[in-house]
Design a protein around this ligand. Structure first.
Ligand SMILES: [Fe+2]
Ligand SMILES: [Fe+2]
Length: 414
Protein backbone atom coordinates (compact mmCIF):
# COMPACT_ATOMS: atom_id res chain seq x y z
CA UNK A 1 0.00 0.00 0.00
CA UNK A 2 1.55 3.32 -1.08
CA UNK A 3 2.00 5.98 1.53
CA UNK A 4 3.62 9.34 2.10
CA UNK A 5 6.56 8.00 4.03
CA UNK A 6 9.58 10.25 4.38
CA UNK A 7 11.59 9.01 1.33
CA UNK A 8 14.89 9.18 3.22
CA UNK A 9 13.28 7.78 6.36
CA UNK A 10 15.31 4.61 6.73
CA UNK A 11 18.62 6.24 5.90
CA UNK A 12 17.88 8.87 8.48
CA UNK A 13 17.12 6.40 11.22
CA UNK A 14 20.66 6.18 12.51
CA UNK A 15 21.27 9.92 12.54
CA UNK A 16 17.89 10.45 14.22
CA UNK A 17 18.94 8.14 17.02
CA UNK A 18 22.21 9.96 17.43
CA UNK A 19 20.34 13.27 17.63
CA UNK A 20 18.01 11.90 20.28
CA UNK A 21 20.95 11.29 22.53
CA UNK A 22 22.06 14.92 22.30
CA UNK A 23 18.76 16.24 23.60
CA UNK A 24 18.76 17.09 27.28
CA UNK A 25 15.23 17.88 28.35
CA UNK A 26 12.50 15.26 28.74
CA UNK A 27 9.78 17.19 26.86
CA UNK A 28 12.15 17.77 23.94
CA UNK A 29 13.05 14.06 23.87
CA UNK A 30 9.36 13.05 23.80
CA UNK A 31 8.58 15.58 21.09
CA UNK A 32 11.50 14.32 18.96
CA UNK A 33 10.54 10.65 19.46
CA UNK A 34 6.96 11.23 18.35
CA UNK A 35 7.97 13.32 15.38
CA UNK A 36 10.48 10.78 14.10
CA UNK A 37 8.24 7.76 14.75
CA UNK A 38 5.47 9.48 12.79
CA UNK A 39 7.82 10.42 9.95
CA UNK A 40 9.04 6.84 9.64
CA UNK A 41 5.46 5.58 9.22
CA UNK A 42 3.67 8.60 7.68
CA UNK A 43 1.33 8.61 10.67
CA UNK A 44 -0.60 11.78 11.49
CA UNK A 45 -0.92 11.42 15.25
CA UNK A 46 0.58 9.81 18.29
CA UNK A 47 1.04 9.96 22.01
CA UNK A 48 3.46 8.83 24.69
CA UNK A 49 2.66 7.52 28.16
CA UNK A 50 5.40 7.30 30.77
CA UNK A 51 5.44 4.83 33.63
CA UNK A 52 5.21 6.66 36.96
CA UNK A 53 4.34 5.93 40.59
CA UNK A 54 0.60 6.10 40.03
CA UNK A 55 0.44 4.26 36.70
CA UNK A 56 0.86 5.39 33.11
CA UNK A 57 1.06 9.16 32.83
CA UNK A 58 -0.07 10.73 29.61
CA UNK A 59 3.02 12.72 28.69
CA UNK A 60 3.02 13.92 25.10
CA UNK A 61 0.71 14.24 22.14
CA UNK A 62 0.87 15.07 18.44
CA UNK A 63 -2.07 15.35 16.09
CA UNK A 64 -1.53 17.07 12.73
CA UNK A 65 -5.22 16.98 11.93
CA UNK A 66 -6.29 18.79 15.10
CA UNK A 67 -3.40 21.12 15.86
CA UNK A 68 -1.29 23.06 13.41
CA UNK A 69 1.75 22.80 15.67
CA UNK A 70 2.87 20.65 18.58
CA UNK A 71 2.60 23.70 20.83
CA UNK A 72 -0.85 23.21 22.16
CA UNK A 73 -2.31 23.29 25.62
CA UNK A 74 -3.21 19.60 25.17
CA UNK A 75 0.40 18.50 25.62
CA UNK A 76 0.12 19.66 29.23
CA UNK A 77 -2.98 17.57 29.92
CA UNK A 78 -2.71 15.48 33.08
CA UNK A 79 -4.27 12.08 32.74
CA UNK A 80 -3.22 8.75 34.24
CA UNK A 81 -4.11 5.17 33.29
CA UNK A 82 -3.79 2.26 35.71
CA UNK A 83 -1.00 -0.17 34.88
CA UNK A 84 -3.31 -3.03 33.96
CA UNK A 85 -4.57 -4.89 30.88
CA UNK A 86 -7.72 -2.85 30.35
CA UNK A 87 -6.20 -0.11 28.20
CA UNK A 88 -4.05 -0.63 25.12
CA UNK A 89 -1.15 1.29 26.66
CA UNK A 90 -1.50 -0.62 29.96
CA UNK A 91 -1.53 -3.95 28.13
CA UNK A 92 1.58 -3.05 26.13
CA UNK A 93 3.44 -1.78 29.20
CA UNK A 94 2.52 -4.90 31.19
CA UNK A 95 3.29 -7.47 28.50
CA UNK A 96 6.33 -5.65 27.11
CA UNK A 97 5.04 -6.57 23.61
CA UNK A 98 4.04 -4.27 20.75
CA UNK A 99 0.51 -4.29 19.37
CA UNK A 100 -0.85 -3.50 15.91
CA UNK A 101 -4.57 -2.73 15.61
CA UNK A 102 -6.17 -2.05 12.22
CA UNK A 103 -9.34 -0.52 13.65
CA UNK A 104 -9.49 0.36 17.33
CA UNK A 105 -13.32 0.40 17.22
CA UNK A 106 -13.37 -3.25 16.07
CA UNK A 107 -11.25 -4.82 18.81
CA UNK A 108 -12.83 -8.25 19.58
CA UNK A 109 -14.45 -8.48 23.02
CA UNK A 110 -12.28 -11.53 23.73
CA UNK A 111 -9.24 -9.21 24.13
CA UNK A 112 -8.51 -7.97 27.66
CA UNK A 113 -7.93 -4.42 26.46
CA UNK A 114 -10.21 -1.97 24.74
CA UNK A 115 -9.79 1.43 23.14
CA UNK A 116 -10.34 4.42 25.39
CA UNK A 117 -12.60 6.74 23.39
CA UNK A 118 -12.21 9.68 25.70
CA UNK A 119 -9.95 11.73 23.44
CA UNK A 120 -11.91 10.93 20.25
CA UNK A 121 -15.20 11.86 21.94
CA UNK A 122 -13.80 15.10 23.33
CA UNK A 123 -12.09 16.21 20.12
CA UNK A 124 -14.20 14.73 17.33
CA UNK A 125 -11.10 12.94 16.00
CA UNK A 126 -11.41 9.36 14.72
CA UNK A 127 -8.58 7.04 15.68
CA UNK A 128 -8.43 3.99 13.42
CA UNK A 129 -5.11 2.20 12.95
CA UNK A 130 -2.79 2.11 15.87
CA UNK A 131 0.68 0.81 16.58
CA UNK A 132 1.61 0.68 20.25
CA UNK A 133 5.12 -0.18 21.41
CA UNK A 134 6.76 -0.47 24.79
CA UNK A 135 9.66 1.91 25.39
CA UNK A 136 11.93 -0.74 26.82
CA UNK A 137 15.51 -0.08 27.89
CA UNK A 138 18.36 -2.52 27.25
CA UNK A 139 17.97 -3.62 30.88
CA UNK A 140 14.39 -4.72 30.08
CA UNK A 141 12.70 -1.92 32.03
CA UNK A 142 9.57 -0.47 30.41
CA UNK A 143 9.73 3.32 30.84
CA UNK A 144 6.70 4.12 28.74
CA UNK A 145 4.48 3.34 25.77
CA UNK A 146 4.65 4.92 22.32
CA UNK A 147 1.38 4.97 20.36
CA UNK A 148 1.38 5.97 16.71
CA UNK A 149 -1.94 6.56 15.01
CA UNK A 150 -3.47 6.70 11.52
CA UNK A 151 -0.82 6.44 8.84
CA UNK A 152 -2.07 8.02 5.64
CA UNK A 153 -1.78 6.56 2.14
CA UNK A 154 -1.03 8.62 -0.94
CA UNK A 155 -4.67 9.51 -1.44
CA UNK A 156 -4.98 10.63 2.14
CA UNK A 157 -6.88 7.55 3.34
CA UNK A 158 -6.06 5.93 6.68
CA UNK A 159 -4.17 2.66 6.09
CA UNK A 160 -3.10 -0.14 8.43
CA UNK A 161 0.40 -0.45 9.87
CA UNK A 162 2.57 -3.16 8.30
CA UNK A 163 4.92 -5.71 9.82
CA UNK A 164 7.78 -3.62 8.49
CA UNK A 165 6.49 -0.59 10.42
CA UNK A 166 6.37 -2.72 13.55
CA UNK A 167 9.92 -3.93 12.97
CA UNK A 168 11.43 -0.53 12.26
CA UNK A 169 9.60 1.25 15.06
CA UNK A 170 10.44 -1.55 17.48
CA UNK A 171 14.11 -0.94 16.84
CA UNK A 172 13.58 2.82 17.09
CA UNK A 173 11.60 2.46 20.35
CA UNK A 174 14.44 0.63 22.09
CA UNK A 175 16.79 3.50 21.38
CA UNK A 176 14.14 6.04 22.27
CA UNK A 177 13.70 4.34 25.65
CA UNK A 178 17.36 4.91 26.48
CA UNK A 179 16.99 8.61 25.60
CA UNK A 180 13.86 8.88 27.77
CA UNK A 181 15.56 7.21 30.70
CA UNK A 182 18.53 9.56 30.47
CA UNK A 183 16.32 12.68 30.21
CA UNK A 184 14.25 11.48 33.19
CA UNK A 185 17.44 11.09 35.16
CA UNK A 186 18.54 14.62 34.28
CA UNK A 187 15.21 16.05 35.41
CA UNK A 188 15.30 13.91 38.53
CA UNK A 189 18.77 15.18 39.47
CA UNK A 190 17.64 18.76 38.93
CA UNK A 191 14.53 18.28 41.03
CA UNK A 192 16.68 16.77 43.75
CA UNK A 193 18.88 19.85 43.67
CA UNK A 194 15.75 21.98 43.93
CA UNK A 195 14.57 19.86 46.89
CA UNK A 196 17.86 20.57 48.60
CA UNK A 197 17.32 24.25 47.94
CA UNK A 198 13.72 24.00 49.17
CA UNK A 199 14.94 22.85 52.58
CA UNK A 200 16.46 26.31 52.78
CA UNK A 201 14.03 28.35 50.70
CA UNK A 202 10.37 27.29 50.92
CA UNK A 203 9.42 29.18 47.76
CA UNK A 204 11.60 27.05 45.48
CA UNK A 205 9.35 24.02 45.19
CA UNK A 206 9.44 21.32 42.51
CA UNK A 207 6.12 22.44 40.96
CA UNK A 208 7.24 26.12 40.99
CA UNK A 209 10.47 25.41 39.09
CA UNK A 210 8.72 22.99 36.72
CA UNK A 211 6.18 25.70 35.92
CA UNK A 212 8.87 28.35 35.42
CA UNK A 213 10.83 25.94 33.16
CA UNK A 214 7.78 25.11 31.04
CA UNK A 215 6.56 28.75 30.85
CA UNK A 216 10.05 29.84 29.81
CA UNK A 217 10.20 27.19 27.04
CA UNK A 218 6.80 28.26 25.66
CA UNK A 219 7.42 32.02 25.93
CA UNK A 220 10.84 31.67 24.30
CA UNK A 221 9.38 29.52 21.50
CA UNK A 222 6.73 32.12 20.68
CA UNK A 223 9.24 34.99 20.88
CA UNK A 224 11.55 33.10 18.48
CA UNK A 225 8.70 32.40 16.02
CA UNK A 226 7.77 36.11 16.09
CA UNK A 227 11.40 36.93 15.34
CA UNK A 228 11.73 34.36 12.54
CA UNK A 229 14.43 32.30 14.27
CA UNK A 230 15.28 29.06 12.41
CA UNK A 231 13.63 25.82 13.54
CA UNK A 232 16.99 24.26 14.46
CA UNK A 233 17.98 27.15 16.72
CA UNK A 234 14.55 27.24 18.35
CA UNK A 235 14.78 23.53 19.20
CA UNK A 236 18.24 23.83 20.66
CA UNK A 237 17.51 26.87 22.83
CA UNK A 238 14.13 25.57 23.91
CA UNK A 239 15.71 22.30 25.06
CA UNK A 240 18.26 24.15 27.20
CA UNK A 241 16.00 26.88 28.61
CA UNK A 242 13.48 24.29 29.87
CA UNK A 243 16.18 23.03 32.25
CA UNK A 244 18.25 26.18 32.84
CA UNK A 245 15.19 28.20 33.89
CA UNK A 246 14.50 25.68 36.66
CA UNK A 247 17.81 26.58 38.25
CA UNK A 248 17.32 30.37 38.37
CA UNK A 249 17.43 30.64 42.16
CA UNK A 250 19.87 27.89 43.01
CA UNK A 251 22.29 30.53 44.34
CA UNK A 252 19.93 30.98 47.32
CA UNK A 253 21.58 27.92 48.80
CA UNK A 254 24.41 30.25 49.85
CA UNK A 255 22.10 32.74 51.63
CA UNK A 256 21.65 32.52 55.40
CA UNK A 257 18.52 30.89 56.83
CA UNK A 258 17.96 33.94 58.98
CA UNK A 259 17.24 35.91 55.82
CA UNK A 260 15.65 33.20 53.65
CA UNK A 261 13.14 32.14 56.26
CA UNK A 262 12.44 35.47 57.84
CA UNK A 263 8.69 35.97 58.01
CA UNK A 264 7.48 39.27 56.57
CA UNK A 265 9.58 41.72 54.58
CA UNK A 266 13.35 42.05 54.65
CA UNK A 267 15.27 45.02 56.06
CA UNK A 268 17.36 47.03 53.64
CA UNK A 269 20.66 45.36 54.62
CA UNK A 270 19.08 41.90 54.53
CA UNK A 271 17.74 42.50 51.04
CA UNK A 272 21.21 43.65 50.01
CA UNK A 273 22.55 40.22 51.08
CA UNK A 274 19.67 38.40 49.35
CA UNK A 275 20.60 40.07 46.05
CA UNK A 276 23.84 38.08 46.04
CA UNK A 277 21.97 34.87 45.20
CA UNK A 278 22.30 35.97 41.57
CA UNK A 279 26.10 36.02 41.75
CA UNK A 280 26.34 32.80 43.78
CA UNK A 281 24.14 31.07 41.19
CA UNK A 282 26.34 32.29 38.35
CA UNK A 283 29.44 31.01 40.16
CA UNK A 284 27.89 27.54 40.53
CA UNK A 285 27.56 27.21 36.76
CA UNK A 286 30.90 28.60 35.72
CA UNK A 287 31.87 26.03 33.07
CA UNK A 288 32.77 27.33 29.65
CA UNK A 289 32.43 23.95 27.88
CA UNK A 290 28.79 23.18 28.59
CA UNK A 291 26.02 25.13 26.80
CA UNK A 292 23.60 24.16 29.55
CA UNK A 293 25.86 25.45 32.31
CA UNK A 294 26.51 28.66 30.36
CA UNK A 295 22.77 29.30 29.98
CA UNK A 296 22.02 28.35 33.60
CA UNK A 297 24.69 30.79 34.80
CA UNK A 298 23.41 33.56 32.51
CA UNK A 299 19.86 33.13 33.82
CA UNK A 300 20.93 32.89 37.48
CA UNK A 301 22.95 36.08 37.18
CA UNK A 302 20.46 38.18 35.22
CA UNK A 303 16.94 37.12 36.19
CA UNK A 304 16.47 40.16 38.48
CA UNK A 305 17.59 42.73 35.93
CA UNK A 306 14.86 45.06 34.68
CA UNK A 307 14.26 46.18 31.10
CA UNK A 308 14.45 49.83 32.25
CA UNK A 309 17.84 49.32 33.92
CA UNK A 310 16.57 49.41 37.51
CA UNK A 311 17.39 45.80 38.42
CA UNK A 312 20.37 43.99 39.94
CA UNK A 313 23.20 42.90 40.09
CA UNK A 314 24.03 44.99 37.00
CA UNK A 315 27.37 45.10 35.20
CA UNK A 316 29.97 43.06 37.03
CA UNK A 317 33.57 42.90 35.91
CA UNK A 318 34.43 39.65 37.71
CA UNK A 319 31.83 37.45 39.39
CA UNK A 320 34.60 35.75 41.39
CA UNK A 321 35.99 39.00 42.83
CA UNK A 322 35.83 39.21 46.61
CA UNK A 323 33.90 41.29 47.42
CA UNK A 324 31.87 41.51 44.23
CA UNK A 325 30.92 45.05 43.26
CA UNK A 326 27.41 45.45 41.77
CA UNK A 327 27.45 47.80 38.77
CA UNK A 328 24.81 49.92 37.03
CA UNK A 329 21.76 47.82 36.05
CA UNK A 330 21.81 46.19 32.65
CA UNK A 331 19.22 47.64 30.34
CA UNK A 332 17.07 46.42 27.41
CA UNK A 333 18.88 43.96 25.17
CA UNK A 334 22.02 44.14 27.32
CA UNK A 335 20.15 41.64 29.47
CA UNK A 336 20.39 38.17 27.87
CA UNK A 337 17.11 37.09 26.24
CA UNK A 338 16.94 33.91 28.33
CA UNK A 339 17.00 35.98 31.52
CA UNK A 340 14.36 38.42 30.17
CA UNK A 341 12.11 35.41 29.53
CA UNK A 342 12.72 33.82 32.94
CA UNK A 343 12.22 37.16 34.73
CA UNK A 344 8.67 37.29 33.40
CA UNK A 345 7.98 33.57 33.94
CA UNK A 346 9.21 33.72 37.55
CA UNK A 347 7.37 36.93 38.49
CA UNK A 348 4.12 35.73 36.89
CA UNK A 349 4.32 32.49 38.87
CA UNK A 350 5.10 34.31 42.11
CA UNK A 351 2.15 36.68 41.55
CA UNK A 352 -0.43 33.96 41.02
CA UNK A 353 0.93 31.72 43.80
CA UNK A 354 0.16 31.94 47.46
CA UNK A 355 3.23 32.65 49.52
CA UNK A 356 3.74 32.70 53.27
CA UNK A 357 3.72 36.47 53.27
CA UNK A 358 1.01 37.16 50.68
CA UNK A 359 -2.22 35.97 49.11
CA UNK A 360 -2.20 35.09 45.42
CA UNK A 361 -3.23 37.57 42.73
CA UNK A 362 -6.13 36.61 40.49
CA UNK A 363 -5.22 35.90 36.87
CA UNK A 364 -6.65 39.29 35.81
CA UNK A 365 -4.70 41.15 38.49
CA UNK A 366 -1.48 39.38 37.49
CA UNK A 367 -2.02 40.17 33.79
CA UNK A 368 -2.84 43.81 34.62
CA UNK A 369 0.38 44.07 36.65
CA UNK A 370 2.44 42.55 33.82
CA UNK A 371 0.89 44.94 31.28
CA UNK A 372 1.65 47.87 33.56
CA UNK A 373 5.27 46.77 33.91
CA UNK A 374 5.75 46.23 30.16
CA UNK A 375 8.69 48.38 29.07
CA UNK A 376 9.56 48.96 32.73
CA UNK A 377 10.34 45.67 34.43
CA UNK A 378 9.66 43.49 31.38
CA UNK A 379 10.75 43.35 27.74
CA UNK A 380 7.68 44.28 25.62
CA UNK A 381 8.39 41.58 23.02
CA UNK A 382 8.65 38.93 25.74
CA UNK A 383 5.34 40.11 27.22
CA UNK A 384 3.72 39.94 23.76
CA UNK A 385 4.94 36.33 23.38
CA UNK A 386 3.66 35.46 26.87
CA UNK A 387 0.20 36.90 26.11
CA UNK A 388 0.08 35.05 22.78
CA UNK A 389 0.57 31.68 24.54
CA UNK A 390 -1.51 32.49 27.61
CA UNK A 391 -3.80 29.48 27.06
CA UNK A 392 -0.79 27.14 27.15
CA UNK A 393 0.54 28.94 30.25
CA UNK A 394 -2.74 28.20 32.06
CA UNK A 395 -2.51 24.51 31.05
CA UNK A 396 1.02 24.36 32.50
CA UNK A 397 -0.26 25.89 35.74
CA UNK A 398 -2.84 23.19 36.14
CA UNK A 399 -0.40 20.41 35.25
CA UNK A 400 2.21 21.34 37.86
CA UNK A 401 0.24 22.12 41.01
CA UNK A 402 1.66 22.36 44.51
CA UNK A 403 1.06 19.33 46.65
CA UNK A 404 -1.21 20.62 49.45
CA UNK A 405 -0.09 17.81 51.76
CA UNK A 406 3.53 18.81 51.66
CA UNK A 407 4.60 21.25 54.33
CA UNK A 408 6.19 24.35 52.87
CA UNK A 409 9.45 23.42 54.51
CA UNK A 410 10.87 21.49 57.42
CA UNK A 411 11.91 23.68 60.27
CA UNK A 412 15.39 22.75 61.37
CA UNK A 413 15.18 22.33 65.11
CA UNK A 414 18.42 23.19 66.95
FE1 LIG B 1 15.86 35.11 42.24
FE1 LIG C 1 11.59 31.40 41.59
Amino acid sequence: MARNRDPDGFEKLLSIMEELHEVKDLDTVLDAILLQARRLTAAEAGSIYLVGDQGLHFSFLHNDRLFSSTRTKFIYTSHTLPLDNRSIAGYVAGSGQGLVVDDVYQIPRSRPYSFNRFFDDASGYRTKSLLALPLKTSGGKVVGVLQIINPRGQDGEVIPFTDLDHLILGYFANNAAAAVERAQLTREVILRMIKMCKLRDPEETGPHVNRVGAYAAEIYHQWALNRGVSEGNIKKTRDLIRIAAMLHDLGKIAISDLILKKPGGLERDEFAVMKYHTVYGARLFENPVSDLDAMSGEIALNHHERWDGGGYPGQIADIFADPVEFGPGKQGEEIPLTARVVALADVYDALVSKRVYKESFSEEEALAHIREETGRQFDPEVVAAFLAVHEVILAIRSKYQEDPNQPLYCRIVP
